[in-house]
Design a protein around this ligand. Structure first.
Ligand code: NAD
Length: 480
């Protein structure tokens, strides 16, 4: 059931309203397939209105005192923390994730507002004497301008605040297009920002099922200066091409195919614990999810056994039920994809240690699954599984493990378990990834630069680096 005060209309120019053609679309509860809300379906005309509003608000917002922007974000942090349970329920309802995961997401999401409240007053430029000694080199940092933000369904709150926080701190105004599976959380975040005192037009939220047309129209509007996208590599490539037409500044947080390396000298208890976090946070529906496990031969059997034992003990059920540890996947297509990957690898000779099928219940569920003896050319090692499935491959040398880990177009995050710290750091250096969890199954931290290399993305979110993504350097050559 939907909470009464959750908005379901477009938020443009500080007012809530219908789409220009009156269109709406349904949001489903993945645990039952039932409709939980009907949300206004933004059109290309609404996108133009949203850019009008963001553009009109831009100058004044960029000129506010950084301290004022900081305090507005700090208030938004406080309100999110206050409404943590309500927001967590909403996330579970439209995304399906277990309430414990949803509460974790709200805390993580709110931290981006607190971190960027602190960063808003740290957008320093610099002054230096030119090497020739003839003039000064002054660098000012200025907001990029109107930003289009596009977010996925798997972290509906955190992916929004990870972009809105730094954009507002930098003095930019934004139009957010949330994923159509999970627009309610983004609208609830907009209501919180409104309550925190964000002026009209600074943040606009435009759910839209025709995302291609709506986002494309905005990227071709001369007032739009930046696109920040989180989602699949496939759609990221499309948006990069669109952005090229007007040379729009682009930040991309794309897909991953995270390897999880366990060396024979690892603390196996810690490795299994880390594997559970890296694999099962959000039921595996995370870009950071461990997608393939490479375990050194002498401990591979034991690691598989222990991981399977932990996975088999997880409570699967509706995200909103209090004891649930693994909720349903987001939709039928997600379950079908996971099932196809598992069926394929089993047909190719892999052994199922636990799970391996859809449970016999309605809703978009898949059993927590561990498969071992996975052939190195299996599709499951190349594609983002985005579900609760852990394929295990054993290796015999460090070089072999590094080569297998790097043999992918992706480069978001990888995990390494070893008690030999020098080896861990050497391996981390050799891995072609934007982030490495060294004896850690979780890397996400609002204070750290999150992002990928290769086809996992461009730019960083979080940390001081995340603020810089929304600022342009202006160099002034001064003679005084
Ligand atoms: P997706 O690429 O299908 O959709 C992401 C967003 O783009 C949604 O809002 C969607 O409506 C919109 N979209 C889809 N087609 C579009 C188009 N042609 N033009 C403009 N917008 C379009 O991704 P998803 O299924 O929502 O999310 C899962 C993907 O996101 C996974 O690949 C995952 O790895 C990735 N992801 C990456 C990160 C990261 O930080 N690197 C974080 C979370 C998710």
């Amino acid at each position: 059931m939907l909470m009464k005060d959750v908005p379901t209309d477009l938020y443009v120019g500080g007012t809530w309203g219908s789409a220009s053609d009156g269109g709406r679309f349904d949001v489903l509860d993945p645990a039952t397939g039932d409709v939980v809300a009907s949300v206004a379906d933004g059109t290309v005309a609404d996108a133009a209105r949203a850019v009008d509003a963001a553009s009109a608000a831009g100058k004044a917002w960029a000129a506010t005192a950084p301290r004022e922007r900081a305090e507005t974000l700090r208030r938004a942090f406080g309100l999110m923390v206050e409404r943590r349970d309500e927001l967590a329920n909403l996330i579970s309802l439209e995304n399906g994730k277990a309430l414990s995961d949803a509460r974790g997401e709200v805390a993580y999401a709110a931290e981006f507002f607190r971190w960027y409240a602190e960063e808003a007053v740290r957008a320093q430029g610099s002054v230096a004497t030119a090497p020739s000694g003839t003039n000064k080199i002054m660098v000012l940092r200025q907001p990029v301008g109107v930003c289009v933000l596009v977010t996925p369904w798997n972290f509906p709150a955190a992916m929004a605040t990870r972009k809105i926080g730094p954009a507002l701190a930098a003095g930019c105004t934004v139009v957010l297009k949330p994923a159509s599976d999970t627009p309610l959380t983004a609208l609830a975040v907009a209501a919180i920002l409104e309550q925190a005192g964000v002026p009209a037009g600074v943040v606009n939220v435009l759910p839209a099922r025709r995302s291609g047309a709506v986002v494309s129209a905005m990227l071709h509007d001369p007032r739009v200066r930046k696109v920040s996208f989180t989602g699949s590599t496939e759609v990221g490539r499309v948006l990069l091409r669109e952005a090229a037409d007007r040379v729009v500044n682009a930040s991309m947080e794309l897909g991953g195919n995270a390897p999880f390396l366990v060396f024979a000298d690892a603390d196996l208890d810690a490795a299994v614990e880390g594997a559970m976090v890296a694999k099962m946070r959000n039921a595996g529906e995370a870009c950071t999810a461990a997608n393939r496990f490479y375990v050194e031969a002498p401990v591979a059997e034991e690691f598989g056994r222990r991981l399977a034992e932990r996975m088999a003990a997880l409570v699967v059920g509706p995200g909103t039920a209090p004891d649930t540890q693994v909720g349903p996947l987001v939709n039928e297509a997600a379950v079908a994809k996971v099932d196809e990957l598992v069926t394929g690898v089993v047909a190719a000779g892999a052994r199922v240690l636990t799970g391996g099928k859809r449970p016999d219940r309605p809703g978009f569920y898949y059993e927590p699954t561990v498969v071992c003896d996975v052939p190195s050319n299996a599709a499951i090692l190349d594609e983002e599984i985005f579900g609760p499935v852990a394929p295990i491959v054993s290796f015999t040398s460090q070089d072999e493990a590094i080569a297998a880990a790097n043999a992918t177009e992706y480069g978001l995050v990888c995990y390494v378990y070893t008690t030999d710290l020098a080896r861990g750091l050497r391996v981390a250096e050799a891995l072609e990834y934007g982030m490495v969890g060294l004896n850690r199954g979780l890397v996400s931290d609002p204070a750290a630069p999150f992002g990928g290399v290769k086809q996992s993305g461009l730019g960083r979110e979080g940390g001081h680096e995340g603020l810089l993504d929304y600022l342009e350097d202006k160099y002034i050559a001064v003679d005084w």
